[in-house]
Design a protein around this ligand. Structure first.
Ligand code: XUL
Length: 533
């Protein structure tokens, strides 16, 4: 009987899941989480983001993430679980965010004082006090510069799996290098959120896995190595500042003596962390081609496993590495749960009332449409935030509820066509996947059977399953991915929501109409280039 720990450091909080594996049986033995704003008010974050006057800037605090990791490991240590059985730990983190460390970090990781919290000890190791995160869209100029330098957007996408995206780490690094050359020069190591937290656990700098490295515009997808031309186009001496890239199942070391002494945890194996979407691929059981998942979290994402990388000719989405060693196609939308919450709060609703409003309004919403870009949107690219309403009165609460959900589902269907993935069955995950009214709209828009899961944080579950997989490989027994995901990452058969055929036909036509509303909403805002002028 062995325990495996998965951690997830997301935009808004940290979660832990412990799996208990007994022979062929796997069960969730423990789950807990902390919300950053509530548990660590001293950092002043709002939904996990530090306040900024420029809506295109989104940064957070690496020290907050370190403190939250400490808090959740403390909670696990006090949980009453028999942690002598803990074999391996892995993690999942919000993608693209970058942490800038000076040369003192390596020795600090190795000699942290277990009597003191991590943040205070790490503060002096940061060459940049804040970390840009995936919600940042302030690097339009750097994206253009990098694309130009490598020979154009298509060349960048061909090699790295994506055209230049504002939130991707390469453009963010370039912006830092241009704005603060001294800070950049003082940077010895640039980590992703995932590799930073894995390094903290292992007590030394560890590698980045291909799943998260492919969200940087810096990795050659085919060889899973840094792509020299992109590095040169991004910032000087970048190769020397980046960690290695290693397979997702790499054992990075054992839990450092800091954590062992601080919380009485065992010397468990530390497996490389990955991004939340690659981890969700595992946590929703998508270990073979032909299935798709939709994650309704802070960001909404739609993704599926690909055996061969099919790069998006429309430049909408991404091809990432998958933790199985395959690839995954993904399209990401910024205005996910925060847009749904915004509507709920605007009309003073509870979630059950939100669902009632959805049930009480007709599919198609009698033509009332909302393009819900409350924050700058990734898909389609929109840097100037601001929702647009069509035939939707400002005080029409139920109309807004249906409009936001329909817009999100129609936009996802519209902008995932490039993946050429079969959407007959969708695995739904993330907090809002608990809401069956929302999932019914999903089923009707996609014309797909939609399934729910027992564990809603599929990224965290995926991390725990990855820990188990890597441990089995390292123990030379090996394990098939289909066996890894059995029991816990399988859809609940009884949760199936079926599409209504006539509603699906209506939505298929409506999708083209919604595309025109999106185009109109884009036309109504200033051109991208004026933003950074
Ligand atoms: C994916 C993306 C988001 C973050 C959210 O490309 O930007 O889904 O990973 O944590």
């Amino acid at each position: 009987m062995s325990l495996f720990l998965g951690l997830d450091s997301s935009t808004q909080g940290v979660t832990a899941i412990v799996l208990d594996v007994d022979g062929d049986r796997t069960r969730v033995a423990y789950e807990s989480s902390f919300d950053f704003d509530e548990a660590f008010p001293g950092y002043g974050t709002v939904h996990g983001v530090l306040p900024k006057s420029d809506p295109t800037v989104a940064v957070s605090s690496p020290l907050l993430w370190a403190d939250a990791l400490d808090a959740i490991l403390g909670a696990i240590a006090r949980s009453g679980l028999d942690l002598t059985r803990l074999e391996a730990i892995s993690g999942s983190a919000q993608q693209h965010g970058s942490v800038y460390l000076n040369a003192s970090a390596a020795s600090m990781f190795a000699r942290m004082d277990p009597r003191r919290a991590p943040a205070a000890q790490l503060a002096g190791c940061l060459s940049r006090p804040v970390a840009p995160i995936w919600m940042d869209s302030s690097t339009a100029i750097e994206c253009a510069e990098i694309a130009d330098a490598v020979g154009g957007s298509a060349v960048l996408a061909e090699h790295t799996g994506s055209r230049a995206f504002e939130r991707f780490t390469g453009p963010q690094v370039r912006k830092f290098f241009k704005q603060d050359p001294a800070g950049y020069a003082a940077t010895d190591r640039i980590h992703l959120v995932s590799s930073f937290l894995a390094s903290l656990l292992a007590g030394r700098h560890v590698a980045i896995d291909p799943g998260d490295a492919s969200g940087m515009n810096l990795m050659d997808l085919a060889s899973a190595t840094w792509w020299r031309r992109a590095l040169d186009a991004t910032a000087p001496s970048l190769a020397s500042k980046l960690p290695d890239i290693a397979p997702s199942w790499t054992i990075a070391g054992t839990l450092s003596s800091y954590w062992q002494q601080r919380h009485g945890l065992p010397a468990a194996r530390v497996v490389l962390w990955s991004g939340d979407n690659p981890c969700s691929l595992i946590g929703t059981g998508l270990v073979r081609e032909g299935l798709a998942a939709i994650s309704l979290g802070t960001s909404d994402t739609i993704f599926g496993l690909m055996r061969e990388p099919r790069v998006d000719a429309t430049a909408t989405g991404h091809v990432f590495g998958a933790p199985t060693g395959d690839y995954m196609g993904l399209t990401c939308f910024t205005n996910g749960s925060l847009a749904r919450e915004r509507i709920r709060d605007m009309f003073g609703l509870t979630w059950p009332q939100f669902s009632e409003a959805l049930a009480a309004t007709p599919p198609g919403n009698d033509g009332r449409v909302l393009v819900p870009w409350f924050d700058p949107e990734i898909t389609p690219p929109v840097l100037v935030p601001g929702p647009c309403r069509y035939d939707l009165a400002l005080d029409d609460g139920p109309g807004h509820v249906r409009a936001v959900v329909e817009a999100q589902m129609l936009s996802m269907a519209l902008h995932s066509q490039w993946m050429a993935v079969n959407f007959d069955v969708i695995h739904a995950t993330g907090g809002a996947a608990a809401n069956r009214e929302i999932l019914q709209v999903m089923a009707d828009v996609f014309g797909a059977d939609v399934y729910q899961f027992a564990v809603s944080n599929s990224a965290c579950l995926g991390a725990a399953l990855r820990a188990r997989h890597a441990h089995a490989l390292a123990s030379e027994r090996g394990i098939a991915w289909t066996d890894v995901v059995r029991d816990v990452a399988e859809p609940i058969a009884a949760s199936r929501l079926q599409p209504d055929r006539s509603r699906h036909t209506m939505y298929r036509d409506f999708m083209q109409v919604y595309a025109r509303f999106e185009a109109d909403a884009i036309r109504r805002r200033p051109a991208v280039t004026t933003l950074n002028a």
